[in-house]
Ligand binder design. Structure first.
Ligand SMILES: [Zn+2]
Length: 384
């Protein structure tokens, strides 16, 4: 769920479709052609990020939702499937299918998404969003991530905290495409990684209980997965856990204040921003997806942020403006130095220049590619 919030930052991003490692089969309800194009654009980013041999089935609705809500997404859930890495934990079926290598929910969608038709959507894909409009591609990218399993089953009601006690009625009775499961007071695989400020696992507390309740509202909840931490400089990423629990926002997002608009990890915070685009999941989000069981497109390598290898070094990393490039390839052997996005699209041709102004790039993950006459080497960097 992404909610309306006021923040104005204009960004630009250039992006088009490349070879994909997953397939999204999307059923559209209430979408214009332009809205479908923006939706497909966001789905293509995920299709190039996660790896699955099983097509991911999405049903998308553009319809009236309560004011203040941009979108709500429900992943279909499954537990204890053959080969499940964790027992008694809920997996998004798209993730379970990718792990199992077979379609476990034949004929039933993996994701049902509702987007608010009353929102002033920007349906282009340029990343330059006019004032007062919300970038549909950004919000779809966010919502699809929930559909992939970036989702907590935490709830706080009348001072009782719980996992796995969500009901359809909690979300305007929107679910139609698959039956609302009996969640059996079981956490999601995402929940398994949630810890308090003193590193106590949240799902180790009695469930449901009054003991768990304050933990969910403590402003001190973190994600302790190894990949997410590695993507965050070895530190546990902070989860959104404000003093007032809001179902659909609390616990199931990265912390708003830690990753504000303009931060490379902003996508999975609870609040959406007008006149703002972020067409990149960000390294922490990718780390979390890896921790819950997703295989990430190996050609992205987005979880490795060390900038040094034998042949190519880029620094500083992350970088704000001037990016320096050092390579063991002799200059007279270099054909070109390129800046590419995570989809492999060339954004800048740097010629043979080793110090370059990259300040015009949107915050996100990029690659420097050095082409020589007999090799091509790549190095990731982060634009802050
Ligand atoms: Zn959300």
């Amino acid at each position: 769920m992404k909610k309306i919030y006021s923040f104005i930052i204009a960004l630009c991003f250039i992006n088009t479709l490349k070879a994909q490692t997953a397939t999204f089969n999307i059923t559209y309800n209430g979408f214009t052609t332009q809205a479908q194009t923006a939706y497909q654009y966001a789905a293509d980013i995920w299709a190039n990020t996660v790896v699955s041999s099983v097509p991911i089935k999405v049903t998308a609705h553009l319809q009236l939702l309560p004011a203040g809500t941009l979108g709500i997404t429900f992943p279909n859930g499954i537990k204890n499937f053959a080969g499940a890495p964790m027992t008694d934990r809920w997996y998004a079926t798209s993730l379970a299918n990718s792990i199992a290598g077979t379609e476990l929910n034949v004929g039933v969608p993996d994701v049902e998404m509702f987007l608010n038709s009353t929102v002033n959507w920007y349906c282009g894909t340029s990343g330059t969003v006019p004032a007062g409009q919300y970038d549909l591609a950004t919000i779809v990218l966010h919502e699809l991530c929930h559909g992939l399993g970036f989702l907590s089953l935490a709830k706080d009601s009348s001072g009782i905290g719980s996992f796995g006690m969500l009901r359809s009625a909690d979300f305007y009775n929107l679910v139609q495409a698959f039956p609302w499961p009996n969640l059996d007071t079981l956490p999601s695989v995402f929940d398994e990684f949630l810890v308090s400020g003193t590193n106590q696992q949240l799902d180790s507390f009695p469930n449901p209980s009054t003991t768990l309740s304050p933990k969910l509202k403590s402003n001190s909840v973190y994600f302790n997965g190894a990949n997410a931490m590695a993507a965050n400089g070895g530190v546990k990423p902070r989860i959104y856990a404000p003093a007032s629990f809001t179902l659909g926002s609390s616990i199931t997002h990265l912390n708003e204040a830690t990753y504000p608009a303009g931060n490379v990890n902003e996508l999975m915070t609870p609040n959406g921003n007008p006149a703002y685009a972020l067409h990149n999941p960000g390294p922490i989000c990718i780390g979390i997806l890896k921790d819950i069981g997703w295989t990430i497109n190996p050609s992205l390598g987005v979880n490795e942020f060390s900038s040094v290898n034998n042949q190519l070094e880029v620094y500083p990393n992350p970088s704000n403006d001037i990016l320096y490039i050092a390579t063991s390839i002799p200059k007279d052997k270099i054909k070109s130095i390129l800046v590419k996005n995570i989809l492999g699209e060339t954004l800048m041709d740097l010629g043979k220049t080793f110090s370059n102004d990259i300040s015009t790039l949107t915050k996100g993950i990029y690659f420097i590619t050095v082409n020589s006459f007999d090799s091509q080497i790549n190095q990731k960097f982060v634009k802050n």
